[in-house]
Design a protein around this ligand. Structure first.
Ligand code: SF4
Ligand code: SF4
Length: 348
């Protein structure tokens, strides 16, 4: 049977189907068995003894864990946690979970290894205690970003979304405990990855006061004005922004405001900006066909916008967008917003 927390959560579902309209998997498969409303109905059926574990667990495997259903749910149902805790129940073998995670994180470990000998520059903890939450993929890809130089990087643990998605609740809770302690001791914690931010803001141990300390780095730059560097190759070029599934529409609106103020670029909004890139961490490795179908849909909106540069706010989306540029033969550059600011802009 299901854990009490999950039972209380799924009872709140009103079957409104707003999640269905937003689910990238439903968009491809047109099958309610694989989106949040259908999965919650199945969990209800399981709870009432009408469905067996074997009858429902295969449908959960196809979920991207993108949290789009959760971000749009009027009943505020915590689908990411439900699906993660359910994975722990349906796949209780620690060996399976660890092996699955090891395979998922293998590409990341290779990038870590390749960057092992790069020199890293970090700031020391300062009096105002603003911490930089540098997620695992960013740690692997970049030894130093401009955020390492501006804020103190206390080496947070992984946000633990991969553990949650894989059903390894023990590792999820361990990483969460360490991160909560660090966040509580900070005055602000600054993020540059939508997936890390979205996962951390759902930590149960953080009260509202501590949740208010969590900010994206662009929030701290909102009163500044930027322009392209003299020699930038993006002068008067069309720049689009891919909205990661893990940011809310309000966060997306703030990013658009930030981008519109940059002098020298032609910022253009994508049609259906909320379309997923299809990558979903390592979803692409385990479900290449579905992932590629989603990627091609995204790629079409980028091609239609005649974009010269694609920006985003999640390293996993960056990889997904680079992949979708390859499969759509539209070889445009993808950059994270943080790197675009560092490489191409100066303050006016
Ligand atoms: S949006 Fe929320 S309440 Fe509506 S069907 Fe989906 S899970 Fe249920
Ligand atoms: S997490 Fe994403 S893929 Fe999974 S059910 Fe929700 S919207 Fe669909």
């Amino acid at each position: 049977m299901l854990d009490e927390n999950i039972k209380q959560n799924i009872k709140k579902c009103t079957r409104c189907a707003i999640c269905t309209q937003n689910c990238p998997i439903y968009e491809i498969k047109k099958d309610e068995n694989n989106c949040a409303r259908g999965l919650i109905c199945k969990l209800n059926g399981y709870e009432q003894g009408m469905l067996s574990e074997d009858e429902i667990k295969k449908d959960f495997k196809i979920c991207l864990m993108c949290s789009k259903c959760e971000n749009n749910c009027p009943s505020k149902i915590k689908t990411t946690k439900i699906f993660g805790y359910k994975n722990a129940k349906f796949y209780p073998s620690k060996i399976n979970q660890k092996l699955f995670l090891w395979l998922k994180l293998l590409p990341l470990k290779i990038v870590y290894f390749l960057n092992l000998f790069k020199i890293s520059k970090k700031t020391k903890q300062n009096q105002n205690s603003i911490f930089y939450f540098k997620g695992c993929v960013n740690k692997a890809q970049h030894k130093t970003t401009f955020l390492d130089k501006m804020f103190y990087n206390p080496d947070f643990s992984c946000c633990a979304l991969p553990y949650l998605a894989g059903g390894d609740i023990e590792s999820y809770e361990k990483a969460r405990t360490r991160n909560v302690e660090l966040i509580k001791s900070s005055s602000l914690t600054v993020f540059d990855c939508a997936s890390c931010f979205n996962t951390v803001k759902e930590y149960e141990e953080l009260d509202e006061i501590n949740k208010k300390k969590l900010v994206f780095f662009y929030d701290l730059l909102s009163d500044k004005k930027f322009k392209l560097k003299e020699k930038s190759k993006y002068k008067n070029k069309t720049v689009v922004f891919h909205k990661p599934c893990h940011i809310t529409l309000e966060e997306y609106r703030q990013i658009k405001e930030f981008l519109k103020k940059i002098e020298g670029i032609n910022f253009k909004e994508l049609e259906n900006p909320d379309t997923c890139c299809g990558f979903g961490g390592s979803y692409f490795v385990f479900h290449p066909l579905i992932s590629t179908k989603i990627a091609l849909k995204k790629a079409k909106t980028i091609k239609d916008a005649k974009a010269d540069l694609i920006l985003t706010l999640c390293p996993s989306c960056t990889l997904g967008l680079r992949y979708n540029q390859i499969v759509s033969l539209n070889f445009k550059k993808t950059l994270e917003l943080r790197d675009f600011i560092e490489q191409e802009l100066i303050e006016t």
